[in-house]
Design a protein around this ligand. Structure first.
Ligand code: RAM
Length: 365
């Protein structure tokens, strides 16, 4: 019951956000995260606080890659929060490929620009450590969101939901969909993505329960959050495992690709699909039965909370240590807590999307 109330609160929050966006006449941005977008905060008499050099504060967001609507929604929330607070300039960056190398280059540019905060969804937990440490030594505040970098590379992480719950709930769903029996596969993002890897670890822990003894996880495939690769990896799974009963995809890109492949091949009912999908991309496959139900959180809120965390680091309200508190705009008071690795700020719970509610959500994100 408590959980239900939390979920309800989450959904009400999202609906309120949706209507406030609608009220402002804003439309989901087509490509807000593409490469390098800058926006100045609206000028008012409460000017953005100055940095030591006398310039306005600069808030950089580096997402995993371009061409992923999830990342675009995250960027939309980040930008909206900095702008509503009038805190400074927003710089949105997205590499063409979801690699650490591409992000390193963008972080070097941000250091040269003397930005105030770098917020990023890491494409690798460890490979960014030298450059992020360099940024922090130069006085730049660093936080990760969505996909964490290791504790030494950040001041705090903004986590969308409890990784254990995200991992376990997807296995529980799949087991129910296939009647507790048969071969299943995971279609993930990149092999270095900290968020997906942690969720998959929890999926494997859940599968250790003897109640899943008749379920076999045959493969974890990587679509690299690229639509084409996710499509070919889905096709390869179907070919290699003709008895496959289900695919769990803990990435919105993988979900959309697998939904299309299973639909095109007429495999609805034969191979079940669940995971973490964007309602806007998955409505069709939830309605046609390919994906009976799935989970996600609000990616706009991930970006929004990331931005409020960035502002709190920038003005010294928090340093990223356990127990630090701040107010994250419409999300209310947030507290820094201990994570498996370092500290984090938690958004909420994963939300279940199914035929009964998908129509209502598909235009939100
Ligand atoms: C993809 C990305 C993102 C993840 C979602 C669920 O869009 O990999 O990092 O959080 O899926």
């Amino acid at each position: 019951m408590k959980k239900f109330k939390k979920l309800l609160a989450l959904s009400i929050g999202t609906v309120l956000l949706a209507s406030s966006l609608a009220g402002c006449g804003s439309k989901p941005a087509e490509q807000p995260a593409a490469t390098d977008t800058k926006t100045e905060a609206p000028a008012d008499d409460k000017a953005p606080a100055d940095t030591a050099s006398g310039d306005a504060k600069k808030f950089v967001l580096i997402v995993k890659s371009t061409g992923n609507p999830y990342n675009e929604k995250e960027a939309e929330g980040f930008k909206a929060a900095i702008e509503e607070a009038g805190a400074g300039e927003v710089i949105l960056k997205a590499p063409a490929e979801p690699t650490a190398e591409a992000q390193i280059q963008m972080i070097e540019e941000a250091i040269a620009q003397k930005v105030t905060v770098i917020a990023l969804a890491g494409n690798d937990p460890d490979a960014l450590q030298p450059v992020l440490t360099k940024a922090m030594k130069a006085g730049i505040k660093v936080l990760s969101l969505d996909s964490s970098v290791n504790a030494a590379s950040r001041m705090v992480h903004v986590n969308q939901a409890d990784p254990e719950r995200i991992g376990r709930v997807q296995v529980q769903a799949m087991a129910e969909m296939i009647g507790g029996k048969g071969q299943i596969a995971v279609l993930s993002a990149t092999s270095q993505a900290a968020n997906q890897n942690l969720w998959i670890e929890w999926m494997k822990k859940e599968l250790e329960d003897p109640k899943y003894k008749d379920i076999e996880l045959v493969k974890v495939a990587y679509g690299d959050d690229l639509r084409d690769k996710s499509t070919s990896e889905t096709e390869a799974l179907l070919k290699a495992y003709p008895d496959l009963k289900g695919i769990i995809s803990p990435t919105t890109v993988g979900m959309a690709a697998a939904g299309k492949v299973l639909t095109d091949k007429g495999l609805s009912g034969k191979v079940k699909l669940t995971g973490l999908g964007l309602p806007s991309e998955m409505a069709e496959y939830i309605t046609n039965g390919v994906c009976p139900w799935m989970y996600l959180w609000n990616p706009i809120d991930v970006g929004y909370l990331g931005a409020y965390s960035a502002m709190a680091l920038a003005d010294g309200t928090i340093t990223g240590k356990e127990g630090d508190k701040f107010t994250a705009g419409r999300l209310g008071e947030k507290t820094v807590i201990t994570a498996g690795d370092g500290t984090e700020i938690m958004l909420g719970d994963p939300f279940k999307f199914e035929p009964a509610n998908i129509e209502e959500w598909k235009s939100v994100y």
